[in-house]
Every structure is written in C-alpha cells, then in structure tokens.
Design a binder for this molecule. Structure first.
Ligand code: SAM
Ligand code: SF4
Length: 415
C-alpha cells in the first residue's frame, strides 16, 4: 500500500499569515498530501512565523527548538520556515537554524516544489474568506519590522483579484475580506493606478457575494473618495480598521506615522458623518521610547474620546533593525508598560460593553457563519458577534435578529 504523505502547518501572527497558510494547505492537497495536526506524523512541516513583537518571535524560536529533536530522530522530515522571520538574509538564518531545510519568504512557494503560477484556491473555502490584495509596506514606521521582512508594496492587478473573488463565490464564499498592510495605498504601484475604491466598486458587482470588508487602513492615506465610495456601495460593510498607534503628536512624530492627532480626529469625524453606523477599530502602542505619563495620558484620553468599537493595544517591543531601536532607548520599564496596557484594556472593555448595550432593542442584520455551544453565531455589518437560538439551518444566510442582551465581547438576540 502506498503511504499518503502528510503535511503539518503551524501558524501564528496576523490574518495575512493565516491566508498564506490556508493557501499553502491547498497547494499540498493538490499535490496529494493529507493534512495532520500532529507534528510527529508529518512528512513536511511548515512554520509560518511572526516577529512583529518579541513575544511572537520567542514562540517561533521555541517551536523551532522543539522540532529540532523531531528532525534529529527523523532526518527525512522536511522542515520549512516562512513568514516574517524570513527576511533578505536567508544565509544568516541557515547558519543559526541549521536543522531547518528550507526558508521561503512570506507569500512565496516552498522551494522544493515545482513552481506553480499561482497559489491554488481552497476547493471548499470558508463562508468568509480573506484575499490578500497587496504584499509589503512602504511606510517604515520607526518601530515596525514588517517593511524589512515583507519588502515594498506590490499590488495585485484588479482583474486578478476580481477573478479570484468570483471563483471563491462560485465555490461557496459569501463574504470577502481584502487584506494588506496599508490597503489605502493599493494600486499606486500598478500601471494605471487603480485605487481601493475602484477595486471595491468592481467586487461589489459580483453576484452571490453578500458582504465585503477590508483592512488595514492608514490615517495618512485614507481618501475622501474611499469614504464616499464605502458610503454608497451596498455590500461594503460599515467597518474600518484605522490604527492610530498614539494619541500624542510628539510620539506620533517619533513613530514616523505621518499625521497628527488632529488629522486623525478630523478623518474619523468625516467618516462618521458619511457613514453614520460606522464601527471604527484601532491599534495602539503603549510604552514607546520616551513616552511620559502625560503623553500616555493623551493616548488614554483619545481612546476615551473616540469611542472605538475595538482597540488592539500592544506594549512597545524593540525590533532589531528598526530605526526606533537604533535611535531611541527602550526606557519605559516593563511593569510600567504593562500598567499602561491594562489601563487601556479596562477603559476599552467598558466602552465596548456600552456600545454593545446600545444595541439592545435594535434589530440588526446578521450573516450566519457557524454554530457554537448549540447556538447560531453570526456578525453584524459592523462586525459585532451575535448569538441566537433556532432549530432551522441559517448557515451562510443573512437574517434579522432583535438584540435582547449584551456583554463586552458579544450580544444575544431572537430571530
Ligand atoms: N499596517 C498596520 C498599521 O499601520 O498599523 C498594522 C501592521 S502591524 C504588523 C500590526 C500591529 O502591531 C501594529 O498596529 C502595531 O500596533 C503593532 N506593532 C508593530 N510593531 C510593534 C512593536 N515594535 N512593538 C509593539 N507593537 C508593534
Ligand atoms: Fe508597519 Fe507602519 Fe507598515 Fe503598518 S504602516 S506595516 S505599522 S510600517
């Protein structure tokens, strides 16, 4: 009997890594491999890594250490690493991690495979599927390793993305989420410079598709055209992820973000005027080098003022090779960073709970994407998690639910 070879993919990090792993899985299946979630059983192991913060990098290095014994016991096992650990210096990586057989850059193909022209699409895609519309980033925020590891911005042509979206919808996808480090600068590197608004307009026409989302936006590049387009395209959900990173102009300058707090505030107001139901989420870094308690207080006050739907808060983590690490001393003590992080988390938990409570009594449109604990689960257009009970099957459908109770992370209601 011929043994079917098995593959195991371990992924951490952002949505882009998750999509790339999903597509890699599709590639292995096309080549006759079978998935396993037991590393010891695999013939091929791929680690899709993240090094945006030290904590993530530590996890990757630990995983690699654990796999070293496995590789020694079974030298025929192929061990490959992709994701943001893999920058331009592959030779350097090979020296420090000799038990790894292959390194390949994020979004590329494993080098031992015959090079296909494109990653195959999943044969049974999720109801809600991500499409990467661009790779890389041109911004070089002073704290961020991404541009060094993922390179400069490369946008995929509109027609290629639209065809992929059509094919995914044919195979069962109902919601598409467009991904990039800075989707607001999508297309600037393409010959006729299409922008995100043009791309959304084309995707909006795909029959059978119910919803479209996109992330991440950049406050210096979000255009009025995009806001107006969002406001009039029916399938584009009222949700924007617009990382502010700090609520203090001096810190924003040191971060090289390219905008002021006031610009951010005006932009958010413009979006809320044009899209009244808009759910706005943000990212914030606390304990950036030289951040004083007053400067942190400015971030705290901005979070309190803006009433974001979601805030992803992170403690600053110095990254080798970035200009912040080169030029600034990581001088906020670890305990102080944790204290600031907890303060923001607590504040936001109360804000999120209040926003969710304001939904009680309202009827909202839910896209039903699964079941959890015997209850149907779905999301509003503003990405709120909703649970409801029903004996009928609503999977993949839009339904109306009247909200009757709420917590900080989800709400419940009746059909
Ligand atoms: N492109 C997006 C943007 O402009 O914010 C986000 C990409 S970044 C990979 C994801 C998040 O990680 C950032 O929003 C930031 O808050 C966080 N991050 C990146 N570098 C960091 C660092 N050195 N320390 C702490 N957090 C960091
Ligand atoms: Fe990193 Fe800034 Fe690019 Fe986001 S915009 S990926 S934070 S460099």
């Amino acid at each position: 009997m011929v043994e079917i070879p098995k593959y195991y993919i371990w992924t951490i990090g952002c949505q882009m890594n998750k999509v790339e792993s999903e597509r890699l899985g599709g590639l292995f299946e096309e080549l006759g491999y079978q998935v396993t979630d037991i590393a010891e059983e695999a013939d091929v192991i791929v680690l899709n890594s993240c090094v945006v913060r030290q904590h993530a990098e530590d996890k990757v290095i630990n995983k690699l250490k654990n796999l070293k014994a496995l590789k020694h016991a079974r030298p025929q096992l192929k061990l490959a690493v992709t994701g943001c650990l893999v920058g331009p210096d592959i030779a350097g990586l090979k020296q420090i991690l000799p038990h790894v057989d292959y390194f390949f850059k994020p979004g590329e193909f494993p080098p031992w495979l015959a090079q296909p022209t494109a990653m195959p699409l999943p044969s049974h895609p999720e109801l809600s599927t991500y499409i990467t519309i661009m790779q890389g980033c041109n911004n070089f925020c002073s704290y961020c390793i991404v541009p060094y590891r993922r390179g400069r911005e490369r946008s995929r042509p509109v027609a290629e993305i639209v065809n992929e979206a059509k094919e995914l919808v044919k195979r069962g996808t109902k919601e598409i989420i467009l991904l990039g480090q800075n989707v607001d600068s999508y297309g600037q590197d393409l010959p006729d410079k299409p922008d995100l608004a043009d791309l959304l307009t084309e995707i909006n026409d795909i029959e059978g598709l119910l919803r479209i989302r996109f992330l991440t936006s950049h406050p210096k590049d979000m255009s009025e055209k995009l806001i107006k387009t969002m406001a009039c395209l029916k399938k584009v959900c009222e949700q924007v992820s617009l990382p502010v990173q700090a609520g203090d102009d001096e810190i924003l300058k040191l971060m090289k973000r390219g905008y002021t707090v006031d610009h951010y505030r005006r932009l958010a107001n413009l979006m809320r005027e044009n899209i009244p139901e808009l759910a706005l989420s943000t990212d914030l870094i606390v304990g950036f080098p030289t951040e004083t308690t007053e400067q942190f207080q400015n971030s705290y006050d901005l979070i309190n003022e803006m009433k974001f739907d979601t805030v992803h808060v992170a403690a600053y983590s110095p990254r080798e090779g970035t200009t912040a690490t080169r030029d600034l001393k990581d001088d906020v003590p670890a305990e102080e960073k944790t204290r600031r992080l907890k303060m923001i988390e607590e504040l936001q938990e109360n804000i999120s709970a209040a926003i969710n409570e304001s939904l009680i009594g309202k009827t909202v449109e839910i896209f039903v994407d699964g079941k959890k604990g015997g209850r149907w689960r779905g999301r509003t257009r503003t990405d709120k998690l909703v649970f409801f009970n029903s004996k009928n099957n609503y999977l993949g459908q839009l339904v109306k639910v009247k909200i009757d109770s709420a917590g900080p992370w989800s709400v419940r209601g009746k059909l």
